[in-house]
Design a binder for this molecule. Structure first.
Ligand SMILES: NC(=O)c1ccc[n+]([C@@H]2O[C@H](COP(=O)([O-])OP(=O)(O)OC[C@H]3O[C@@H](n4cnc5c(N)ncnc54)[C@H](O)[C@@H]3O)[C@@H](O)[C@H]2O)c1
Length: 318
């Protein structure tokens, strides 16, 4: 039987490029969409010429986009919606645009997917949907009582809720993801890519606050595994998931521990500079992963192994 053709939006981004590569390797066709808002053409170097990959430079806000793609790729049957405005501070400054990209475009895509009879829709949700939550680890239903702290969090939550209430598709609420191709140059990028960049450059690492804040860090290949499970592309044969699922490790690492480990692995000076805590920074974050675990998900790459792979990649880019 021929494997499905999947739409991956945000395919030139950090996670989207890993997912696309893995889908192609597993024998799926991929229609990729990106408008290079934060993604890069070079992230697609490994697959742009693949015979089962077709790229469209387009925005997910384009009306009738899915209809156009389905018309030109009738075999398209699964959607991975990763394209988004990903920066929380940017979302605060551009609330309207964030709502348009991170919520309205999703609502439209979901309605079109159902109309077109597409079987699978997987959305990239976020831990930001929980706001500041003191009950740890965080369970999926806590988001319904949460106050999200940014337009980014609000739009992600609205999209996840639409999916949950509508009974079509699923939302994977990712915690802190890291790995190769995460952009360290952006002022908003993840703490790991920044620390690795600093470590390799022999610079001191800067921590905002006391460094005791904790995060649930998940390596990107485990994210790809969760996508395969969500779409029913793993070996279990249970079909696509529906509803909302946390995706993390269920473990935490402090930012100080992260800085010390990166310093050790990059042979950087392990001098850490502490600066004033940033307003709006969440103190602790950890996923309750029992729901996705019941569907067969388990993070396989340890924090240290993931860091080693990320550093190896960053070194290869120098
Ligand atoms: N990286 C994390 O830790 C993390 C955590 C939780 C959720 N997520 C979610 O995962 C998804 C992927 O994030 P990422 O870390 O790979 O970020 P990224 O910035 O590398 O990828 C996002 C991609 O979407 C593209 N894009 C943005 N707006 C678009 C639009 N209107 N039309 C088409 N393409 C558009 C960007 O150009 C980029 O290539 C996002 O939805 C993000 O919110 C990421």
């Amino acid at each position: 039987m021929n494997k499905s053709t999947c739409l991956v939006t945000g395919c030139a981004g950090f996670i989207g490029s890993h997912l696309t590569r893995s889908l192609l390797d597993a024998g799926y066709g991929v229609v990729g969409v990106d408008n290079f808002f934060t993604g890069y053409a070079h992230n697609m170097d490994g697959f742009i010429d693949h015979h089962r990959f077709k790229f469209y430079e387009a925005s997910i806000t384009e009306k009738g986009l899915l209809e156009r793609l389905k018309n030109e790729n009738p075999e398209l049957d699964a959607i991975f919606q990763l394209a988004a405005i990903v920066s929380v501070p940017y979302s605060v400054e551009h609330a309207e645009l964030t709502m348009e990209v991170n919520f309205e475009a999703n609502a439209r895509m979901i309605a079109s997917a159902q109309r077109l009879g597409i079987s699978t829709f997987v959305f990239a949700g976020s831990a930001a949907e929980y706001g500041e939550e003191n009950r740890l680890p965080v369970r999926e239903e806590y988001a319904d009582e949460a106050t999200q702290l940014s337009p980014y969090g609000v739009a992600k939550y609205k999209s996840s809720s639409l999916i949950e209430k509508g009974g079509f598709g699923c939302s994977l609420r990712f915690f802190n993801i890291f790995g190769p191709r995460q952009d360290p140059t952006s002022q908003y990028s993840g703490v790991i890519s920044k620390f690795v960049d600093f470590g390799l450059a022999g610079k001191n690492m800067v921590i905002f606050g006391d460094g005791e804040q904790t995060r649930d860090f998940l390596y990107v290949s485990d994210v790809v595994t969760s996508y395969f499970i969500a779409a029913g592309f793993d070996k279990q044969g249970r079909g696509p998931l529906s509803g909302v699922y946390n995706v993390g490790t269920g473990n935490t690492t402090s930012v100080r521990e992260l800085a010390v480990t990166v310093a050790r692995l990059t042979a950087a000076p392990d001098k850490i500079i502490y600066k004033q805590e940033r307003v709006g920074d969440i103190k602790h974050s950890c996923a309750d992963v029992s729901k996705i675990s019941a569907s067969g998900f388990k993070a396989e790459i340890s924090f240290e192994k993931g860091l080693e792979k990320t550093i190896e990649w960053a070194e290869s880019q120098q």
